[in-house]
Design a protein around this ligand. Structure first.
Ligand SMILES: Nc1ncnc2c1ncn2[C@@H]1O[C@H](COP(=O)(O)OP(=O)(O)OP(=O)(O)O)[C@@H](O)[C@H]1O
Ligand SMILES: [Mg+2]
Length: 252
C-alpha cells in the first residue's frame, strides 16, 4: 500500500510549551488511522498543522508526495484534504441543503465561465448531488430545516456531508462522536464504515475506544506531544506504554 500522508520530524511550540516533539507518522492510502492520547497530548494541534491552520516550527508534511506545509488552508483543501472539526463548523442560519451546497459551489472552479443555461443545469446537478449526500448521512428528510434546529449528533452528520460533497481523498475527523448518545455514536460508526467503502482515507481522533476499535486499521498513540506507540488495534490494546499513558484517564 502507498503512503498518502507522510509526517516527518514535526515540532510545534506555543511560547514555552512544546506541543509537538519530533512527530513522525505515515498514513497508508485507503486505511482508517486513529490517533489517540490523553487530553492535551497535541492531537488537535497536529491536525491543525495538516490543514494549514497552524504552521509547524520545523519538519515536513507531504500529501501524495507533495509538500503541503506553508500552503494556505483553502489550497490544502483543494488538494483533497477535508476536516470535521472538534466543534461543528456549520452555517446555523441556513438550511441543511444550503449548508451542503456552499462547499460544493466553492469548489466549482471557473464555473463563472459557463453560460446562463449551463449554470442552471450545473446548479441542478449540484442540488441533486447534495440531496444524495444528505440521504447518505440520514438527513434527507430534514434538508429544508434551518441547521440551528438540529441536535448535536445531526450537526456532526451535516458537517460530514459538507466534507463529503468535496470528494476528499483524506478526511480528518476530530472527535466525530464527542457529545453524542450511544445510539448516535453507533449510527456514526456505521456511517463512517459506509464512507470507508468509498475508499476515502481517514484519520480519526477519538477518546471513545469503542469507536476507535470499531473503525481503525491502525492506531498511533500520542502522549505529551510525541508518538509513544503505533500498531494494529490488538497490538495497541496490549501495549504497557499505552496503559501507562492513560493511567487515571480513559481505559482501553
Ligand atoms: N493556540 C494555542 N496556544 C497556546 N497553547 C495551545 C494552543 N493550542 C493548543 N495549545 C496547548 O497545546 C497542548 C496540546 O493541545 P491540543 O489541543 O493539541 O491537545 P489535544 O490532544 O487535542 O487535547 P484534547 O483531547 O483535550 O482535545 C495543550 O497543552 C494546549 O493547551
Ligand atoms: Mg483536541
Amino acid at each position: 500500500m502507498a503512503a498518502i500522508l507522510q509526517i516527518t520530524d514535526v515540532n510545534k511550540s506555543f511560547g514555552g510549551l512544546r506541543a509537538l516533539w519530533d512527530v513522525n507518522l505515515t498514513v497508508e492510502e485507503g486505511t482508517v488511522h486513529a490517533i489517540i492520547g490523553p487530553n492535551g497530548a497535541g492531537k488537535s494541534t497536529l491536525l491543525n498543522c495538516l490543514v494549514g491552520r497552524l504552521k509547524p516550527d520545523t519538519g515536513s508534511v507531504t500529501f501524495e508526495g507533495r509538500p503541503i506545509i506553508g500552503l494556505p488552508p483553502h489550497r490544502i483543501n483543494q488538494l483533497g484534504i477535508a476536516r470535521v472539526f472538534q466543534t461543528p463548523e456549520i452555517f446555523e442560519d441556513l438550511t441543511l441543503l444550503d449548508n451542503v451546497l456552499i462547499p460544493a459551489m466553492a469548489k466549482e472552479d471557473g464555473a463563472f465561465r459557463l453560460n446562463a443555461w449551463q449554470r442552471v443545469t450545473r446548479r441542478r446537478a449540484l442540488i441533486e448531488e447534495a440531496e444524495h449526500i444528505l440521504e447518505d448521512v440520514g438527513l434527507a428528510d430534514q434538508r429544508h430545516r434551518i441547521a440551528a434546529a438540529l441536535s448535536r449528533g445531526d450537526k456532526r452528520r451535516l458537517e460530514l456531508a459538507m466534507c463529503l460533497i468535496q470528494k476528499p481523498k483524506l478526511l480528518l475527523l476530530d472527535e466525530p462522536t464527542a457529545g453524542m448518545s450511544r445510539a448516535d455514536t453507533n449510527n456514526t460508526i456505521e456511517l463512517l464504515k459506509k464512507i470507508g467503502e468509498k475508499g476515502i482515507t481517514k484519520i480519526i481522533i477519538e477518546h471513545d475506544m469503542h469507536v476507535v476499535f470499531s473503525l481503525a486499521h491502525r492506531i498511533s498513540v500520542l502522549a505529551r506531544g510525541t508518538f509513544i506507540a503505533d500498531g494494529t488495534p490488538d497490538e495497541i490494546k496490549g501495549d504497557p506504554k499505552v496503559q501507562e499513558a492513560y493511567l487515571g484517564g480513559a481505559h482501553l
